[in-house]
Design a protein around this ligand. Structure first.
Ligand SMILES: [Cu+2]
Length: 285
């Protein structure tokens, strides 16, 4: 065993107790995050927080976005194959425990449902807000820019039900040339804005992350977007698990880092100068 290996083994023993505590506390995490947001500027509950609290559902140990159905709810896209580069009206339902499309939703971050679409190589990101028809059909314009396999995530809480992130795969037929997963990067440039990310992913622990936006060397304060100063989504490399990140105050977010560690792609939506832009980062931890 190398000297580093011995050191790591020692750490594992020392922290063994802490991990054991972490297991029992994990179920309380969504509630505690909901409390954070309730005491801050946010009137609205964080994604995934409130409904767990109301129903006692505890899905915290398994990240969201990995399943097409959970807790009696199922994501049902009307089509899963879309020609690349063409704008489609993408329609889907959330089917409830009674087998019928869900028509009533709770509002979180100003919307009843957030739809995230990302290619499986995580070389892109779309954050959409579909329209809900009275029969429970959700529809949004959607273009899959290039051939490949994409993950679509519906982040929502039915009225009286748990907060869920259900995921499904979409396919854009054609020759697929995957990008390598981006190496660790804490600076992102988009449309002349430079966004920097500070903070670490601390496995198994709440991990505060903060962002700073500048343009032409001057600090920029993003305008409100979805009830906060920005919106941060984190997807895990390898399985594209969707990890909840909760706005705290200003440009500080609290990530719920899995105990096992991993690499993550982060997408930060911010609103400035009349447009929403997305900065992206890679973190490991
Ligand atoms: Cu949204």
């Amino acid at each position: 065993m190398t000297r580093l290996g011995v050191f790591a083994a020692g750490l594992a023993v020392v922290f063994g107790g802490a991990y054991a505590v972490g297991v029992t506390q994990e179920e309380d995490l969504p509630r505690r995050y909901a409390d954070y947001t309730a005491t801050g500027d946010q009137e609205e509950p964080a994604h995934g927080g409130h409904a767990h609290e109301e129903t006692g559902e505890t899905a915290a140990s398994v990240p969201g976005g990995l399943q097409i159905s959970q807790d009696g709810y199922r994501l049902r896209p009307e089509t899963t194959t879309l020609e690349p580069g063409e704008r489609h009206d993408f329609a889907f339902h959330v089917v409830g425990p009674d087998g019928k499309p869900v028509t009533a939703y709770q509002v979180a971050h100003e919307k009843r449902l957030h739809l995230i679409v990302a290619p499986r190589d995580l070389g892109g990101f779309q954050h959409l807000h579909p329209e809900l028809a009275s029969d429970g059909t959700w529809t949004t314009p959607l273009t899959l820019p290039e051939p490949g396999t994409y993950r679509v995530y519906a982040d929502f809480a039915p009225e009286g039900g748990p907060a869920l992130t259900l995921g499904a795969d979409l396919t854009a037929p054609g020759d697929f040339d995957p990008d390598p997963f981006p190496t660790t990067s804490r600076t992102s440039t988009v449309d002349g804005y430079t966004v920097t990310l500070q903070g670490e992913m601390n496995p198994g622990q709440p991990s505060p992350l903060s962002l700073a936006v500048t343009k032409d060397g001057e600090k920029v304060d993003p305008e409100p977007y979805l009830g906060a100063q920005g919106h941060l989504v984190m997807l895990r490399a390898g399985d594209l698990a969707y990890l909840h990140v909760h706005p705290m105050t200003g440009l500080i977010f609290m990530a719920q880092a899995p105990r096992e560690g991993g690499a993550y792609r982060l997408f930060f939506d911010f609103n400035h100068g009349g447009a929403v832009r997305t900065a992206s980062f890679t973190l490991e931890g």
